[in-house]
Design a protein around this ligand. Sequence first.
Ligand code: RTP
Length: 155
Amino acid sequence: ASELSMAMERTYIMIKPDGVQRGIVGNIISRFETKGYRLAAMKTRMATKEILDKHYCDLVEKGFFPKMRDYMMSGPVVCMIWEGKEAVTTGRKMLGATNPLASEPGTIRGDFCIEVGRNICHGSDSVENAEREISLWFEEGEVLDWQSHSKDWIY
Ligand code: RTP
């Protein structure tokens, strides 16, 4: 495998209901597009209790979880898979810190929000979790295989 394909990663990026309602979807997509990542899948849907309990399996016992789950079900979310070199780590950098007040300006959270409970977007924190989240939110036929269609001008 070439150096490029070895570094290829897929990450699950989700725009939360506040990001959708505030009209920040296009801006977020644009940032990942212009960075050089490829959109391998995208859809809108309502999150359910069942899928959120699985997605946030590490957080279900936390005191803030029921409120957070209500927030996540308060409107449609946009589910996306972005792929490219080190997409997981770089995706997290582009999102910014979990608490938007600690997020650097220039990041999505740093530019658009101030509340940890309304932080606009989610991004996988590891390659393993990205794979888990992708299989949770997407069916196999919904995900494109860009590698077999790749062009020299995308890396
Ligand atoms: P995410 O999973 O949404 O990308 O967020 P993250 O990895 O940066 O942060 P994590 O610790 O996994 O927390 C997941 C989400 O839970 C909400 N949260 N609320 N104290 C609170 O009210 C609180 N703490 C966390 C946030 O929406 C956070 O993104």
